[in-house]
Design a protein around this ligand. Structure first.
Ligand SMILES: NC(=O)C1=CN([C@@H]2O[C@H](COP(=O)(O)OP(=O)(O)OC[C@H]3O[C@@H](n4cnc5c(N)ncnc54)[C@H](OP(=O)(O)O)[C@@H]3O)[C@@H](O)[C@H]2O)C=CC1
Ligand SMILES: CCCCCCCCCCCCCCCC(=O)[C@@H](N)CO
Length: 755
């Protein structure tokens, strides 16, 4: 007391603090009473008992003298688990063990399982039922398949447990099973996850299925009070990461960002998690957390749930918001990753190569791990990558067919691999051969939102993408060759570009991509003036130098008015310029503010590099660009042609270290490509000006073509599709030879255990 008063701490406060400390220590179980869930001589039914935590729990309960009924689907694994359980029995002569094969996602599975269990158990129901069977399919919510994954997760995790609890409660709570209220209670145990207490990005298909279990358990806890003569306890276990076969499976679709975030809670072995869970159950806990963070998270969400201990749960519940104040601000910070429903990434400039290399070095290990994992089981992701690759090839063929102008995209570009500063090759870091350009994957990152993970790709997939890419490079090269002729008579200086093109790797040219084929005939391209006419604008006064120049240039698109009924004043010189610029120019990466708001006569925001004071064609019309957010020095927003999505046949992307960074960064990339670009054609198109341009050109070409030419285009496209299909088939045949190679039509995401 002397010391306290000398320190100036008032007695009531000191006593209060001391009281709280004693209460905390007492409540945290130092003075525990008896085991609240004895199992010796009792019968425990565990679903999901053949692998992971369920199997560990079964083994540990056998060691404590329980009889066990193991439930899961795969009989082979059940038999192995049964052998382990038998070996662990504390009194093998009296304990009994069996298994029942059942799929917990099947409607009405549970009553049959319980009936079989009761029959095996001499007419008595099991005393403890622990629902462990579960699965997880991490994905981003906007990914393909996330909704079907969510339904599947719900069927297995929620309904699988919900049905079992109902079937067993109907037994336990029936009047014939009434007992002395003081007899040992029965136990129904659900297995959720800390993700039912704290959500992190990537688990949207999964977390709700576990949150739902919490809602059910709270409700049951109250409902069970209606049966004082049939004592039953309900529990929910909240594991964090368990190093189980299930974890390996879920990692196949896990986004990189999710891997990153969940590192904060280190994985535990199934044995450890099962042991801590059983300890919690024996302590009589309702919500059983198996780690310190889990305990904090649990106390952070208590709401109206029954408490394990009013004192410690409440005190910790006051502290957790303070922790969250710091944790959540960090976790919810903007991550700068565009997705397919938001905007495409701004041009990735400005990050020093040094920083990039350091960042990559930091991620190297996990990237390798993932790559290794996928090497072991490439089939898991193969199908969708293949799908994506198909689209890629189709886009490639389309690009070739649409007379892609490659002579423009070499401006000021350095040698390939110029970004390999510090001797640190991101390509190597990601487990790819250094010469593989990651742009092939990037088409999916920027456009598909799914992000074919270059570093998460199995070798055959990498090979395939690489091949696609080289094919495209080849086609482009061949095409470019041909295109240069056209350019040379149009632009006397065109040849200056030529030396900047690196010849692409000479891989076998696929059929259908032969140089010089029909639809690439440059004579089919219409001039801007012709396309203006095709767009419905009659004879125009072409007076200004800019208009004259643009009039002769190959047109890129038809001009489409936002309001087709409107008649535009084309008597004005600058308005003719605007029209031609709109037809001949390039789409802005991001529309100017006016176009974004829907102003201006035409439907897209088009710029011509170095012209119209930087403003777009729409803003040039009638207003000479005055209101354009691109006006004057405000960043002309021309899209670097093709460099955003098409693979660099020359130096274009390789020279930009930040570009590589984007493409190979694990946060963006180690995300299984379950999202075939097919289903995202709409969003790809919307987000990607280069694709828009590609399609615009195709539209212009097709619109401008007469019947016979359209037939030829049709034949050309069909021939390419056939060629792609044949190439695909050849790949498949050659891949089948390799162990673990993909099988045609293999289900990718579907089932968790490959039963
Ligand atoms: N691994 C983790 O990081 C975490 C897991 N959890 C949860 O903990 C529990 C155990 O996880 P974990 O140790 O990883 O388990 P595993 O995924 O390794 O094993 C799952 C078990 O459930 C069975 N199972 C899966 N689906 C079904 C089904 N439809 N019908 C019947 N049985 C099924 C499996 O057997 P079979 O295939 O033969 O049917 C297997 O025995 C799960 O509920 C999981 O959601 C919670 C937090 C973290
Ligand atoms: C006070 C609280 C502080 C919060 C810190 C945040 C740390 C986040 C850790 C998240 C761990 C996720 C484990 C996933 C387990 C799981 O269920 C999946 N593997 C699916 O099976």
């Amino acid at each position: 007391m002397d010391t306290l008063s000398r320190l100036g701490i008032p007695l009531p406060i000191a006593t209060g603090v001391l009281g709280i400390l004693i209460a905390l220590i007492a409540s945290m179980g130092l003075f525990r009473r008896k085991n609240q869930m004895p199992v010796e001589g009792r019968t425990v039914l565990i679903t999901g008992a053949s692998e992971g935590m369920g199997r560990s729990a079964a083994v540990q309960l056998a060691a404590k003298g329980a009889n066990l009924i193991l439930v899961s689907r795969n009989i082979g694994r059940l038999e192995e688990a049964l052998a382990d359980v038998k070996a662990a029995a504390s009194s093998p002569s009296t304990q009994r063990f069996t298994y029942i094969s059942a799929d917990v996602s099947e409607p009405d599975y549970a009553s049959a399982v319980i009936a079989e269990a009761i029959a095996w158990n001499g007419g008595r129901s099991p005393d403890i039922v622990w629902c462990v069977a579960g699965m997880s399919t991490p994905l981003l919510w906007t990914d393909d398949n996330s909704l079907s994954a969510a339904r599947r997760n719900m069927d297995v995790n929620y309904f699988g447990s919900a049905e079992m609890s109902r079937a067993i409660l109907r037994e336990w709570l029936s009047p014939e099973n009434s007992t002395d209220p003081d007899s040992e209670p029965k136990h129904i145990i659900f297995t959720a996850s800390v993700l039912a207490l704290f959500a992190i990005v990537g688990y949207s298909p999964y977390s709700p299925s576990k949150w739902a279990l919490r809602g059910l358990a709270d409700t049951l806890a109250m409902e069970l009070n209606l049966y004082p003569d049939n004592p039953v306890k309900v529990h929910v276990v909240y594991p964090a990461t368990i190093m189980s076969p299930g974890l390996e499976r879920e990692n196949q679709t896990k986004p990189g960002i999710t891997h990153e975030l969940e590192k904060d809670e280190p994985p535990e072995t199934p044995d450890t998690v099962a042991r801590r869970a059983i300890e919690g159950l024996e302590n009589g806990e309702y919500f059983v957390a198996v780690s310190f963070l889990g305990t904090l998270m649990r106390c952070g969400v208590m709401g109206g749930s029954p408490r394990n201990n009013w004192v410690s749960d409440t005190l910790l519940g006051w502290i957790v918001p303070i922790i969250y104040f710091f944790v959540l601000r960090g976790m919810n910070a903007q991550r700068g990753r565009p997705n397919k429903v938001t905007k495409p990434a701004p041009p990735p400039r400005g990050r020093a190569p040094r920083q990039v290399a350091v960042h990559l070095a930091a991620h190297e290990v996990e990237v390798h791990d993932l790559a290794d994992h996928l090497k072991a089981d490439p089939s898991s992701v193969f199908g969708d990558v293949r799908m994506a690759a198909d689209d890629y090839a189709a886009a490639a063929a389309a690009a070739a067919a649409m007379d892609t102008d490659l002579t423009e995209d070499a401006h000021g570009e350095a040698e390939p691999e110029a970004d390999m500063q510090d001797g640190h090759d991101p390509g190597t870091a990601s487990g790819l051969p250094p010469h593989v350009d990651l742009t092939a994957a990037n088409i999916l990152v920027n456009g598909g939102g799914g992000g074919a993970p270059a570093n998460a790709m199995s070798q055959p997939v990498q090979d395939q993408l690489q091949e696609m890419q080289q094919n495209l490079a080849h086609a482009q090269h061949a095409h470019q060759h041909q295109h240069q002729h056209q350019h040379q008579h149009q632009h006397p200086h065109a040849h200056q570009h030529q030396h900047q093109h690196q010849p692409p790797a000479q891989i076998g040219t696929p059929q259908g991509m032969q140089p010089g084929h029909q639809s690439m005939d440059p004579s089919m391209m219409k001039t801007t003036e012709e396309l203006a006419r095709d767009s419905g604008y009659g004879e125009l006064n072409v007076e200004s130098a800019l208009a004259k120049r643009l009039a002769r240039e190959p047109g890129q698109r038809l001009a489409q008015q936002r309001r087709p009924e409107q008649t535009l004043n084309l008597g004005r010189r600058s308005n003719v310029e605007a029209l031609f610029a709109h037809i001949a120019g390039e789409p802005a990466r991001v529309p100017c503010k006016n176009c974004h708001k829907g102003h201006g006569p035409w439907t897209s925001c088009i710029v011509v590099d170095g012209q119209m004071c930087g403003s777009c064609a729409n803003c040039w019309f009638n207003a000479s660009g005055a209101r354009c957010s691109f006006h004057e020095t405000r960043n002309p927003q021309v899209v670097p042609q093709h460099s955003t999505i098409l693979p660099a046949t020359n130096a274009s992307l390789a020279s930009d270290p930040t570009y590589r960074f984007t493409a190979s960064h694990p946060l963006l990339q180690s995300h299984a490509p379950t999202m075939g670009a097919v289903n995202h054609a709409g969003t790809l198109w919307a987000n990607n000006p280069v694709l828009q341009q590609m399609v615009n050109r195709a539209m212009a070409e097709v619109r401008a073509a007469d019947k016979a030419t359209r037939q030829l285009i049709q034949i050309d496209v069909t021939a390419k599709q056939l060629a792609l299909q044949i190439a695909e088939y050849e790949d498949m045949v050659s891949n089948q030879g390799s162990p673990g190679g993909p099988v045609p039509g293999q289900q990718v995401m579907g089932d968790e255990s490959g039963v």
